[in-house]
Design a protein around this ligand. Structure first.
Ligand code: ZN
Length: 227
């Protein structure tokens, strides 16, 4: 805790004049362009990763970057999406999963959740990913299986998000686009879901050292597109 308190003291002391005036300007309101939904994992730092300034990203985090389907579960994330779309009028919503995700590992190994009834129930919203992988790619195990599961979870959560009436309505009139990304911690790479191709592709041209794209071939209609 002392580290946090000292960190805040350092932050206040070292703040640039530009940031001081930006915070003063933002004191009376925000107009973020993007809602960024990602995992609570401490290794994901959205503002740092995107060189984003205060006021740019409306960030929501939970275990497993999950968006429960509409009418199934009233949750903080669904309320935040409604607010982001209707009140803040964000133009983009990104659902970003990540490598080495504890929630996805728990889907692979449910025994790890013994004694955690709330986490167990929460992760039922990711059952879509577990089922797709178990039914269609039962032989993909280990690290490759975890990557496929993580990708399927992002695709599944995008589909859940489209069940929210505010999201469906905003997408229909072209004011909102949704995106599914995966952040690879070790490689510092992001892959983005290409719904036309049904695969995840590098977000930034020239990215390398990425594993071969795994097809998610059931998609023939665009549910998301790269920025
Ligand atoms: Zn995670």
């Amino acid at each position: 805790m002392e580290n946090l308190i000292q960190g805040f003291a350092d932050f206040r002391r070292d703040m640039s004049a530009e940031h001081r005036s930006l915070f003063a300007k933002l004191a009376s309101g925000q107009t973020p362009h993007t809602m960024f939904i990602t995992c609570a994992d401490s290794r994901i730092m959205p503002e740092l990763m995107f060189n984003a300034e205060p006021g740019e990203l409306f960030v929501y985090r939970n275990v497993g970057n999950i968006v429960p389907p509409y009418a199934q579960h009233v949750s903080g994330v669904v309320a935040a999406i409604e607010y982001a779309v209707l009140a803040l009028k964000v133009q983009h919503i990104v659902i970003c999963g990540h490598s080495d995700c504890g929630a996805m590992k728990a889907l692979q190994n449910p025994a790890a959740l013994k004694g955690m009834p709330s986490v167990t129930q929460w992760l039922m919203h990711a059952d879509v990913a577990r089922y797709v992988v178990a039914e269609n790619r039962p032989t993909i195990l280990g690290e490759e299986g975890l990557r496929y599961l993580t990708e399927e979870n992002v695709v599944g959560q995008l589909e859940h998000m489209r069940t929210l009436p505010v999201v469906a309505a905003a997408m229909a009139n072209g004011s909102l686009r949704i995106h599914g990304w995966i952040y690879d911690i070790a490689r510092t790479e992001i892959t983005a879901f290409d719904a036309m191709e049904g695969t995840f592709r590098p977000l930034v041209a020239g990215s390398n050292n990425l594993p071969d794209a795994t097809p998610h071939a059931r998609f023939s209609v665009p549910v998301a597109s790269a920025a």
